[in-house]
Design a binder for this molecule. Structure first.
Ligand code: SF4
Ligand code: SF4
Length: 287
């Protein structure tokens, strides 16, 4: 089962939930945690894990071979992403805009645009006990998160097809990287907080996830602050609230210290176990 842990905005406790759930599951069985926030992966801060694998992430881009080019301009015309232009006597490629569609290379009549592989970041895999932790990290200046997310998910699926549960720690927001994260999840856990901002971003996240017809559950973090509008919204939208995590200075302190909170606060262990039971019940019971 693939469980995506997402939120409409950053700072709601998504990584806290992902890392604590992963560590708790790992107490009894193998589990995979994939940190798909490839611009700023930080789940690894909570584990003392050993590196077991690293590989460079690359993307295919055209390379202009000036010696063959006749400056016909076909390449610039066929590129839907404005990633290649003619500039006076030169053809200029913008790698950050390129979507690796190969059109310019295939349609160049002079074979002057061979495809090369450009480094975009690094995929790393770590292990501690039963926990397999995978992250991809974009190089500075790289903007395309979606290919790195897709590759990380594929790596996890191929290497750990026999592991029962995979958790995806999603990037924040509701844009393409989040869509790529939740696209093939079996269950999406949306983390929010009981504030007007939390409700606004939760409703956007729900709209995004519903495009893919995913089963959703909500966790309300920092419960006890704000108001009941999030709970009311979930009732109206018939989205189960699987847990309410209390607002607590102790939790914030443990998070800041990079510690797993369920190991220090027994109530959190109970809450996490309740979340896992509820997901199992919903997915196996058909909702
Ligand atoms: S299509 Fe090929 S030959 Fe024509 S301008 Fe582009 S690189 Fe040059
Ligand atoms: S590979 Fe596709 S997206 Fe990239 S520059 Fe060529 S036509 Fe544009």
């Amino acid at each position: 089962m693939k469980i995506a842990i997402a939120s409409g905005k950053g700072g709601t406790g998504k990584t806290t939930l992902s890392t604590n759930l992963a560590a708790l599951i790992a107490e009894s069985e193998e589990v995979v945690l994939a940190d798909l926030d490839v611009e700023e992966p930080n789940s690894g801060l909570f584990f003392k894990a050993e590196t077991v694998h690293e590989e460079i992430n690359v993307k295919a881009i055209p390379y202009w071979d000036e010696s063959k080019c006749t400056l016909c301009g076909i390449c610039a015309r066929v590129c839907n992403f404005h990633a290649i232009i003619r500039l006076g006597p030169s053809i200029v490629v913008f790698p950050e805009l390129c979507h690796s569609c190969y059109a310019c290379s295939e349609l160049c009549p002079e074979a002057a645009l061979p495809i090369i592989q450009k480094r975009t970041g690094i995929l790393s895999e770590f292990q501690t006990g039963n926990l397999h932790f995978i992250e991809s990290r974009l190089d500075i200046g790289e903007e395309q998160a979606v290919p790195a997310i897709a590759k990380t998910k594929k790596f996890a699926a191929q290497k750990y097809s026999g592991v029962r549960i995979t958790l995806f720690d999603s990037p924040p927001g509701t844009s393409c990287p989040v869509m790529e994260t939740v696209r093939d999840a079996d269950f999406v856990l949306l983390v929010t907080e009981p504030t007007p901002f939390g409700l606004h971003d939760l409703s956007l996240a729900v709209d995004t996830v519903r495009v893919f017809e995913k089963t959703i559950g909500v966790v309300i973090n920092r419960y006890g602050t704000g108001n009941d509008d999030v709970a009311e919204y979930c009732r109206r939208e018939q989205i189960p609230v699987l847990a309410r995590i209390p607002d607590s200075r102790r939790i914030a302190e443990l998070y800041s210290a990079g510690k797993l909170i369920y190991k220090e606060i027994p109530e959190i262990r109970n809450i996490l176990e309740g979340i896992l039971d509820a997901i199992t019940e919903i997915t196996e019971g058909g909702g």
